[in-house]
Design a protein around this ligand. Structure first.
Ligand SMILES: Cc1cc2nc3c(=O)[nH]c(=O)nc-3n(C[C@H](O)[C@H](O)[C@H](O)COP(=O)(O)OP(=O)(O)OC[C@H]3O[C@@H](n4cnc5c(N)ncnc54)[C@H](O)[C@@H]3O)c2cc1C
Length: 438
């Protein structure tokens, strides 16, 4: 990096640019290749403010990065500034009595799970341990404890936020409730959340199952798994993934958790799901939730070399009609990974207006990855009529009309009104931008 690029940098702030040792490691994320002009790695709130001031002075795109797993890939860019919170990863217990913990945005979910395990606690998060806290806890957070304990955002009791003008504010029920509402579903548009206060749950050992089914009858597998999930008690949450097997035939993997340490309960809960199709393989383990989340392996973190290509939608029921078009999509050749995630249960207990994640009645999240935007979009289209909303965390399609799918008119109107109050200059726009193009 040129000496001139360092001029005006705040003392002590870690600055990495092209040509620096370490640039290759930070320029791209797990999902998207990038070449930012600067990656700034603050270690505290004062440095986050300083980093934001640097980005604002330059007037370039600002990427916010916590764990670098954002599927839209906006935590890197080309020629802009990235504010990378990975060094802010502290996890501390605030109150053992109230099960209240403070987690900085740069922590990873596997570390959160490991830190809570000695207390017999867990926090409903996503299901991959390498994902960062900041991106997931400002968007939703749909994982293996969702049907029993809700989304991650449903556990946020307060947050510390650096706003676009550099001010540091606290958001919570009694401190700035409007901001608290907005950052639970649309956080990326409102500021840099540096830490979250979460109320966590008592969770001990769980049953973790992985089952492979023949999916020759893809439509039948999808519809039967969906019906079984909706009928299941809340302590079970699973995903269904459809992928081509080595012989070209489609296989379905059901993976998920029964939140019980009792082997009989675990077996009883999984049994109806396995009737979705002919069972080819099964593994069930009884282990602490933290071990389920310790799933990133020892290999170095994945670094993307291209652009992410994914589509997603939320749906209430996996009806036979929907399952038939999903079957055709699975066979279209446009996707190499097609996934259904169960929601419902505690997710649906929350009033749709209580947070900026309104689609509480969706029992399923559907998502797919592909190699071509055009091919994936065309094959995906016939399913669109069945969707009732969008969880942006699984989407890479940034077209403005997607915003209206993510947020219904009332929610979107409130978000836009608050956006003008908290970020009138639209500094935080380099993701799913709430402000329509002029
Ligand atoms: C392998 C994999 C598995 C996943 N599994 C799940 C899952 O089970 N459930 C689920 O709900 N999601 C899941 N996701 C999606 C994931 O939750 C989102 O992509 C999330 O945004 C990633 O967070 P991050 O901090 O790692 O990402 P980053 O790339 O660092 O950030 C993503 C975006 O979030 C915003 N952001 C990041 N940090 C902050 C902050 N501190 N303040 C404000 N905005 C911020 C920025 O706009 C940024 O572009 C998965 C993603 C991957 C790649």
């Amino acid at each position: 990096m040129f000496r001139s690029d360092r001029m005006g940098m705040p003392d002590g702030l870690a600055v990495i640019g092209p040509g620096d040792a370490g640039y290759e490691r930070v320029r791209s994320t797990a999902m998207r290749a990038g070449s930012p002009a600067l990656v700034l790695q603050p270690v505290d709130v004062a440095q986050v403010r300083a980093a934001l001031a640097v980005a604002r002075r330059r007037g370039v795109a600002v990427g916010l990065r916590s764990g670098g797993h954002g599927i839209s890939g906006r935590s890197t860019n080309d020629g802009g500034v990235v504010i990378d919170l990975s060094r802010m990863n502290r996890i501390e217990v605030l109150s053992e009595r109230d099960r209240l913990v403070r987690v900085q945005a740069g922590a990873r979910w596997k570390d959160v799970a490991a830190a809570l395990a000695p207390y017999g606690w867990a926090l409903s998060s996503g299901d991959y341990g390498g994902v960062g806290v900041g991106g997931l806890a400002t968007a939703g957070g749909l994982g293996y404890l969702a049907r029993e304990h809700g989304l991650t955002i449903d556990h946020v009791r307060g947050a510390s936020v650096v706003l676009a003008d550099g001010s540091v504010v606290r958001a919570g029920a009694d401190a700035d409730p409007d901001l608290w509402w907005a950052i639970r579903g649309a956080g990326a548009n409102f500021g840099i959340v540096t830490s979250f206060d979460f109320e966590v749950d008592d969770v001990g050992d769980v049953g973790f199952g992985r089952f492979v089914l023949d999916a020759t009858d893809t439509a039948g597998v999808i519809a039967r798994w969906g019906a079984a999930m909706e009928a299941a008690p809340r302590d079970v949450t699973t995903n269904l993934i459809i992928v081509p097997g080595p012989d070209g035939r489609l296989a379905a993997t059901i993976m998920g958790v029964v939140n019980s340490a009792e082997p009989d309960v675990v077996a009883e809960r999984f049994a109806p799901l396995l009737r979705a199709g002919p069972l080819l393989q099964q593994t069930v383990r009884h282990l602490p939730y933290a071990q389920v989340m310790d799933n990133t392996g020892d290999r170095p973190e994945k670094v993307a070399t291209g652009e992410p290509i994914s589509r997603s939608g939320l749906i209430e029921h996996l009806t036979p009609e929907f399952s038939t078009v999903a079957h055709q999509f699975a066979r279209s050749g446009a996707t190499y990974f097609f996934q259904f995630r169960a929601a419902g249960g505690a997710v649906a207990d929350v009033d749709p207006g209580a947070t900026a994640y309104p689609h509480r009645s969706a029992n399923f999240q559907v998502g797919a990855f592909g190699n071509s935007h055009r091919e994936l979009g065309a094959a995906w289209e016939p399913m669109e009529a069945h969707f009732r909303g969008l969880y942006l965390s699984f989407d890479s399609d940034l077209r403005p009309e997607r915003i209206a799918q993510a947020w219904p008119p009332k929610t979107l109107a409130r978000l836009r009104e608050l956006k003008l109050r908290y970020d009138p200059g639209n500094v935080f726009r380099d993701n799913f931008d709430l402000i329509p193009p002029a």
